[in-house]
Design a protein around this ligand. Structure first.
Ligand code: NAP
Ligand code: GFB
Length: 387
């Protein structure tokens, strides 16, 4: 058993790339600064020694103020914008991205609301990214998808439209956008492969989110065909790991159950899992996904969507996930199922043959190891997690 009283556990110190980048980001993004002097040479030099010469043009010609214009100086580091950089997958990318090679900007909704086209345009105008990893989305588990269909459709449609439009307007050389295996047709043959994406309606529980994501693929393909843009989509299965959303209502099954079991112990109650526990899922750890997304950016040269998933044989039932979590908390005897709740889609078994054709020996983090680490992280960070 790895559980100890919360207070006794030493809080892990995580080197947070984000803080440094956000600072840069905010300076770059803040209109006043831009107008005044935007990031001064000294500040740029201090934050990254490959300084960019900045000359800013003031539109108000007749006031004869200083003529300034923004001219990026070629820096050895590649500027990469990660939208949704403060979420589950964004944090995993923070951990693994090579900052000697990349100048990453990890964006949060507090930096820029990507539902707003003007704000998105200004952001791109200030950052001029070479690459974009587009993760930002309104995301949630089965119950959020069932209960908040309008915002899941509208927010994701606006975010995706604005980001791709600006990627084109600012000549971004490569974009990796993130779909999800839940957007595949519900009635289909298994395992599901990339060619089946539009072969029928998705499961009703998440159709609003699914169609918004399908249109992201359609939009990317439109730019490919009309402008030969390198805008591609990756399709992960259910993801889990540190920095997830532990909301009991809106979260995905793994974070919700980790939080729920913790509460059950605190309150000496049964650990209630929603549904029958029979549905099947493939779970990829956020660190594996982050590595495979960087691989897609650097080495995947095709423009077709690609599934990023553990092997079909590693599909597990919700019951087995709940059991591993209960066992890890040493609380298995109190595990019960409440089938008055929806099971959602029974299964969405994904075929990763295309990925395996490139990375036949890639070793994924095993679900038991990944879960025990994620539970420990949850306890270590209980006070600060999204919940
Ligand atoms: P997450 O933890 O919920 O993080 C979402 C990120 O998007 C956060 O950084 C959030 O910023 C940002 N964001 C949300 N609305 C925004 C807005 N209006 N403007 C700007 N930024 C906004 O999501 P995730 O689980 O890492 O998911 C990453 C990607 O993977 C998403 O595209 C999702 O659809 C896809 N996906 C997820 C799963 C899964 O199981 N989690 C499975 C398949 C695919 P704040 O931090 O400021 O809120
Ligand atoms: O992770 P989850 O919400 O996503 O649920 P989906 C998976 C399964 O876990 C369902 C069961 O069969 C639920 O009935 N479950 C049991 C629970 N207890 C709980 C609980 O406390 N919370 C949650 N959330 N589930 C989502 C899509 O479907 O997959 C999203 O709706 C997204 O759009 C995501 O794509 C990856 O796998 O069912």
């Amino acid at each position: 058993m790895i559980i100890a009283d919360k207070k006794k556990i030493i809080k892990n110190q995580v080197i947070d790339l984000n803080k440094k980048d956000l600072k840069t980001n905010e300076e770059l993004y803040n209109k006043d600064n831009y107008k005044e002097h935007s990031v001064s040479k000294k500040e740029m030099n201090s934050s990254n020694n490959n300084s960019e010469e900045i000359i800013i043009k003031n539109e108000n010609e007749n006031e004869n103020e200083i003529i300034q214009e923004y001219v990026p100086k070629i820096s050895s580091k590649i500027k990469i914008l990660i939208t949704g950089g403060t979420g589950l997958v964004g944090h995993a990318l923070q951990k693994i991205i090579d900052i000697s090679k990349y100048e990453p900007i990890f964006l949060s909704s507090k930096d820029c609301n990507l539902c707003d086209y003007e704000d998105t345009y200004q952001l791109f105008k200030n950052i001029h990214p070479t690459y974009v990893i587009h993760l930002a989305a309104s995301v949630g588990g089965l119950f959020k998808n069932m209960n908040q269909k309008v915002s899941m459709y509208e927010d994701n449609t606006l975010i995706n439209l604005n980001v791709l439009k600006c990627c084109h307007q600012f000549s971004v050389s490569k974009v990796i956008s993130c779909l999800s295996t839940c957007i595949f047709p519900d009635k289909t043959s298994y395992p599901i492969n990339e060619t089946m994406l539009h072969n029928g309606p998705p499961h009703t529980s998440n159709d609003a989110y699914a169609y918004a994501k399908r249109m992201l693929e359609v939009h990317s393909k439109a730019y490919q065909e009309q402008y030969d843009s390198n805008f591609i989509c990756v399709i992960p299965t259910n993801i889990y790991g540190d920095h997830d959303n532990y909301s009991l209502e809106d979260g995905h099954v793994i974070p919700s159950l980790i939080h729920k079991c913790y509460n059950s112990i605190q309150n000496n109650e049964d650990f209630v899992v929603r549904g029958t526990g029979k549905p099947l899922r493939q779970f990829i750890h956020s660190l594996d996904l982050a590595k495979l997304m960087l691989w897609s950016l650097e080495s995947y040269e095709k423009k077709d969507p690609i599934i990023l998933s553990v092997d079909p044989e590693d599909e597990v039932s919700i019951e087995s996930i709940a059991t591993i979590i209960a066992k890890t908390y040493d609380y298995e005897d109190r595990l019960v199922f409440d089938d008055s709740f929806s099971d959602g889609q029974f299964k969405k078994t994904a075929d990763n043959t295309l990925l395996r054709s490139y990375l036949p020996d890639y070793e994924f983090i095993k679900i038991e190891d990944g879960l025990s680490k994620t539970i420990q992280w949850f306890i270590d960070n209980y006070d600060h997690v999204r919940k």
